[in-house]
Design a protein around this ligand. Structure first.
Ligand code: PLP
Length: 489
C-alpha cells in the first residue's frame, strides 16, 4: 500500500520564464533609478496614501511578485531617506554604488551563512579583513570581524576590553565582583552608541566619564588625566579609554597618539571609534592628524559610510586576537571543528562576536574593494574633504552665513544669520530653514546643537556630490534665510 503522493510545495517561482522576465525588468528599473537619482528631490515626505499602505494588514493568500513590486514602486521607492542623492549630507551616511547592487544580488542568491564551516563565507571575510588591516596600517596578526556597523563594532570591542580585565573572569562570574566600579573615559563629543554599548555590556552609563573638549572639540588631556587620578583615588577601576577619529558633530579627531601614551601609562584598554574618520588614513595628507591610529587595542570603523558599501557594513579590529576570541568563543558539540569536510575550515567567525548566523557581508566588501580599489576610495575621500573645505570657505566668506565650529575634516556646521536677530530667533529660524531644505527636496543636511546654537550640519561622505551641489546649498540657504528672517525680526 502506498500513501497518496501529496502535492509538495516549495517557495520557488512556479513559472520561471515569467519570473525571469520580471527579474530583468526589476534590474532595468533599478539601474534607471540610480542613473537618474540626482534628478529627483532628495526626500519626499510619505503621502497619507503611502502611510496608510504601511499600516495595511497582511493578506493570508500569496499576492505574487508582480503585485508586491507595483506597490514597492508606488509607495516605497519615493519615500526612502535619500542617501544615494548627491545633495544628501545628513547624519553620516554613505550612498552605495550601482556595482555593489549587483554584489548584494549575488550575495543574496548564494545566501551564505558566514558563521562557521569550511566555505568561502569565512575565507572571504578573513581576506577582506586582511585587506582592511593592511589599508589602515594595522598588523596582519590582529583579528577582526565585519559587523552591522560601528555601533556593533564598539559593542564587540568594549566587550573584549571588559572581558580582558585581569583578575576577574567576567564571562563566568558576571560583573557583580567588580561592584559597579569600572570606568571608561572618552570625550564629551563621543557618539552615543558608546553609551549604549556600555549599557549593553552591563556597565551602565555611570561607567562613562565624559571628559570636556577644547575649542577644537578634541578631548582635553589634562582633564582626562585628572579624571583618571580622581577615580583611582576614590577606589574606582579605570579600565578603558575611547578615542575619536572623527567625531559625529564636527569631525574632530582626538590626539590619538597622546591618548595611546596615557592608555599605556594607565594600563587602560585603548579603543578608537573611527566610524568614518579612520578611513581618512587612506589619504596620505590626512595621516598626520591620525597619528596613533595603529596604537589602539581595538578600532571600529564603518564601510557603509565613506567606502559606500551598501548598508549594513562595519568592522572591528582587535590587536590581540587571543583576547578577542576569549571574549566570545564558547565550545559546544554542534559547533565542533572537524579535521575534514564542511565542519573543518577556519576558526568559526562566531567565536569573534555575539552572533552565530551572519550574512555574506564579506562579498559586497570584497566586490567594493576590488571594483573601486583603494585608489578610487582615496580619491573620493580626498575629494570629499576638499569639497567640505570649499563649503566652509564659502560660508566664511558670506556675511549672512556663520561657521559654528572648526571644520577639520568633512563636517561643516553653519547657520544663517541676520543683523538684529538674537540667539533664540536664530535657532528658530535655522530650524525652519533646515526643514524647508528637506521639505522642498533641495538638500538633506541634518542638525546639531553647538554651545546652544542650532547648527545646520553637513556631514559629507557622498561620492556623488560636486562643487555645484555645495554652491546650490549656499544659494538655497541664503534664499530661504532671507525669506524667513522677516518672520523672526
Ligand atoms: C555613524 C557613527 C557611529 C555609529 O555607527 P553605525 O554604523 O551607525 O552603527 C559611531 N561613531 C561615529 C563617530 C559615527 O559617525
Amino acid at each position: 500500500m502506498h500513501a497518496p503522493t501529496p502535492i509538495e510545495a516549495s517557495l520557488d517561482p512556479t513559472d520561471w520564464a515569467t519570473f525571469r522576465a520580471q527579474a530583468h525588468q526589476v534590474l532595468d528599473d533599478t539601474l534607471t533609478y540610480l542613473e537618474t537619482i540626482g534628478q529627483r528631490p532628495v526626500w519626499q515626505p510619505p503621502t497619507p496614501e503611502a502611510l496608510a499602505s504601511y499600516q495595511a494588514p497582511l493578506p493570508e493568500t500569496p499576492g505574487g511578485f508582480e503585485a508586491a513590486y507595483a506597490e514597492f514602486l508606488k509607495h516605497i521607492v519615493p519615500h526612502t531617506i535619500g542617501n544615494p542623492h548627491p545633495r544628501f549630507w545628513g547624519w553620516v551616511q554613505g550612498g552605495g554604488t550601482p556595482q555593489l547592487v549587483l554584489a548584494e544580488l549575488l550575495a543574496t542568491a548564494l545566501n551564505t551563512n558566514s558563521a562557521i564551516g569550511n566555505h568561502v563565507g569565512l575565507y572571504l571575510e578573513l581576506q577582506v579583513l586582511g585587506w582592511l588591516k593592511a589599508l589602515l596600517g594595522w598588523p596582519a596578526t590582529a583579528s577582526g570581524l565585519l559587523t552591522s556597523g560601528a555601533s556593533m563594532a564598539n559593542v564587540v570591542a568594549l566587550t573584549v576590553a571588559r572581558n580582558s580585565l585581569t583578575g576577574t573572569d567576567v564571562r563566568a562570574e558576571g560583573l557583580a565582583p567588580l561592584g559597579g566600579k569600572l570606568r571608561v573615559y572618552s570625550s564629551a563629543e563621543t557618539h552615543n552608541c558608546v553609551h549604549k554599548a556600555l549599557d549593553l555590556i552591563g556597565l551602565g552609563r555611570i561607567a562613562l566619564r565624559s571628559v570636556p573638549v577644547d575649542a577644537d572639540y578634541r578631548i582635553n588631556l589634562a582633564a582626562l588625566e585628572g579624571a583618571i587620578a580622581e577615580d583611582r583615588a576614590a577606589g574606582l577601576l579605570p579600565f578603558a579609554l575611547v578615542g575619536n577619529a572623527g567625531t559625529v558633530n564636527t569631525g574632530a579627531t582626538d590626539p590619538l597618539d597622546a591618548l595611546a601614551d596615557i592608555a599605556t601609562r594607565e594600563q587602560l584598554w585603548y579603543h578608537i571609534d573611527g566610524a568614518f574618520g579612520a578611513l581618512a588614513w587612506l589619504v596620505p595628507e590626512q595621516r598626520a592628524a591620525l597619528r596613533g591610529l595603529q596604537r589602539a587595542d581595538s578600532l571600529s570603523f564603518d564601510l557603509h559610510k565613506w567606502p559606500a558599501i551598501p548598508y549594513e557594513a562595519g568592522c572591528v579590529l582587535v590587536k590581540d586576537a587571543e583576547k578577542h576570541r576569549a571574549a566570545f568563543a564558547s565550545p559546544t558539540s554542534y559547533l565542533a571543528h572537524h579535521p575534514r569536510g564542511l565542519s573543518a575550515g577556519p576558526d568559526p567567525l562566531a567565536n569573534y562576536g555575539p552572533e552565530l548566523s551572519r550574512g555574506f557581508r564579506a562579498l559586497k566588501v570584497w566586490f567594493g574593494l576590488k571594483v573601486h580599489g583603494p585608489a578610487e576610495y582615496r580619491r573620493i575621500i580626498a575629494q570629499n574633504i576638499a569639497q567640505a573645505q570649499y563649503l566652509a570657505a564659502q560660508v566664511a566668506a558670506t556675511p549672512e552665513l556663520e561657521l559654528l565650529a572648526p571644520a577639520p575634516l568633512n563636517i561643516v556646521c553653519y547657520r544663517y544669520r541676520s543683523e538684529g536677530l538674537g540667539e533664540a530667533a536664530l535657532n528658530a529660524l535655522n530650524k525652519d530653514l533646515l526643514m524647508a531644505l528637506h521639505e522642498q527636496g533641495l538638500a538633506a543636511p541634518t542638525y546639531t546643537l553647538l554651545g546652544g546654537r542650532y547648527a545646520i550640519r553637513v556631514a559629507h561622505t557622498n561620492h556623488r556630490s560636486t562643487h555645484a551641489d555645495f554652491d546650490a546649498l549656499v544659494a538655497d540657504t541664503l534664499r530661504l534665510g532671507r525669506a524667513l528672517r522677516v518672520a523672526y525680526a
